[in-house]
Write a protein that binds this ligand. Structure first.
Ligand SMILES: Cc1cc2nc3c(=O)[nH]c(=O)nc-3n(C[C@H](O)[C@H](O)[C@H](O)COP(=O)(O)OP(=O)(O)OC[C@H]3O[C@@H](n4cnc5c(N)ncnc54)[C@H](O)[C@@H]3O)c2cc1C
Length: 404
């Protein structure tokens, strides 16, 4: 019996999981001929994909990818009851400016900005300006951890996907033919507390046939395997809050996504984002690109001071629902950022090495852009070209060469 062609997806974040899902849904996918193996070094959605806010926007960048992916999220939500399974819902988004320098200790001060009446969980006291960025029809939200787990589960129902816990440590390319030759990974064992431990000090080597493919979906960790790739990680903290009005597991406040710019003093601005989600309130902070990316087997270290800062300023905007609420999670993760002046990323496509694909560098829109990324990769793999939208300018070969 001839060996099945194998597609190896490295990385079990939202991009690896949507890629697995759309590969199995492609009309040319034949499970008697092809199998898919996902290698994940820590846990499914353990990184940014499980810790993001989950905002979706039809205007997310890059434009064509963002728009297509927003529609695909909507279709999946209809097909699989996304409202129940991953908290999918539409919501308006507003930008809000606040100034803490005036009337800090003066209860009389109020700018009376006529906020939307149902945004009653924001105290207008410090608000100096606000604008509606988008109506309900063009922004929505998902719970990213629930979505990633669900879409992987759906993909696994095809019975042709194997999930292996292992950290890929190198990808070997034949110097003469410039074809993929093999890769090595360290097998990982999960403890009862779900920690990842190296289960064998000897790496496993997987030899590849000329038909086998690798799809690299390791987010900010891509350069650990392809050092020339101009992607890096930007650390960001976030907290989730059980609101004061939390009832029966529901957050119970009007859904809004808020992009805030808070003037702290004459020189400092602070720009947290606050999303009312179905079961919690999510607040995330600004990125920090000075912290080194940790080993992908390990959870990202949390700086409690950053989380307290998020809570402090979010509470000033929402003194009752957030201020009298309770922090449930303090977390940190890394955004995968493309360091190229002419492109915001992501990079989606085949590298200069035959059968070595990548889908990474999604920056702050990886949750939104995940579905289109998975679909386009499935087209590149089975049709040889991206047919759902033009992604020529996201071709990795324009930005770096693996072979040099
Ligand atoms: C605070 C914050 C808020 C955000 N909010 C939003 C939002 O509201 N909307 C939105 O669209 N986007 C948002 N994003 C962006 C989004 O989270 C990311 O773009 C997206 O999660 C990237 O997904 P990924 O699968 O590429 O990477 P990751 O989620 O980082 O997954 C990569 C996976 O690869 C694994 N891995 C790494 N190296 C190896 C290896 N050598 N071998 C095996 N496995 C490996 C890791 O363990 C990890 O599981 C936010 C990001 C942050 C940080």
């Amino acid at each position: 019996m001839s060996k099945k062609e194998t597609i190896y997806i490295i990385g079990g974040g939202i991009i690896g999981c949507t890629t697995a899902y759309y590969l199995t849904k492609h009309p040319k996918f034949d499970k008697t001929k092809t199998q898919i193996i996902i290698l994940e070094s820590n846990d499914i959605a353990c990184a940014a994909s499980g810790k993001a806010g989950g905002l979706l926007a039809s205007w997310a960048f890059p434009t064509k990818l963002g728009e297509l992916s927003f529609r695909l999220h909507q279709s999946l939500a209809i097909e699989y009851q996304g409202d129940i399974n991953w908290d999918y819902r539409h919501l308006p988004t507003i930008t809000l400016d606040a100034d803490l320098t005036t009337g800090k200790d003066n209860n009389e001060v109020s700018y009376d900005m006529n906020l939307p009446p149902n945004l009653n969980w924001i105290d207008p006291k410090y608000v100096t300006n606000w604008t509606k960025l988008s109506e309900k029809d063009s922004t929505a939200q998902v719970h990213p951890y629930k979505f990633t787990k669900f879409i992987l589960q759906k993909a696994m129902e095809s019975h042709c996907i194997t999930l292996i816990y292992g950290k890929v440590i190198n990808i070997n390319i034949n110097d003469e033919t410039e074809h993929l030759q093999s890769f090595e990974y360290i097998p990982i064992m999960k403890t009862t507390h779900n920690k990842s431990l190296v289960s064998s000090s000897t790496p496993n080597e997987v030899n590849l046939t000329l038909e086998d493919k690798i799809i690299l979906c390791t987010g900010p960790w891509v350069p650990k395997l392809l050092p020339q790739c101009p992607i890096s990680g930007m650390k960001a903290h976030s907290i989730t809050i059980e609101s004061k009005d939390h009832m029966g597991g529901n957050c119970n406040i009007e859904p809004y996504a808020l992009f805030n710019e808070i003037k702290l003093n004459d020189v400092d601005l602070y720009t947290p984002e606050i999303y009312a989600r179905k079961h919690d309130i999510y607040v995330c902070g600004e990125g920090d690109n000075m912290t080194e990316l940790p080993d992908p087997m390990k959870d990202v270290e949390v700086n409690p001071g950053e989380c307290d800062k998020l809570y402090k300023y979010a509470s000033m905007l929402s003194p009752i629902q957030i201020g009298q609420g309770q922090i449930i999670r303090r977390q940190a993760c890394f955004l995968p950022v493309l360091n190229v002046a002419t492109c915001s990323g992501p990079l989606i496509g085949e590298t200069d090495i035959n059968n070595l694909f990548m889908a990474s560098g999604h920056s702050c829109w990886g949750i939104n852009n995940s579905c289109a990324t998975g679909k386009l990769i499935s087209e590149l793999v089975f049709d040889g070209e991206a047919t759902s939208c033009n992604i020529d300018n996201l071709n990795p070969q324009l930005y770096f060469q693996v072979s040099c």
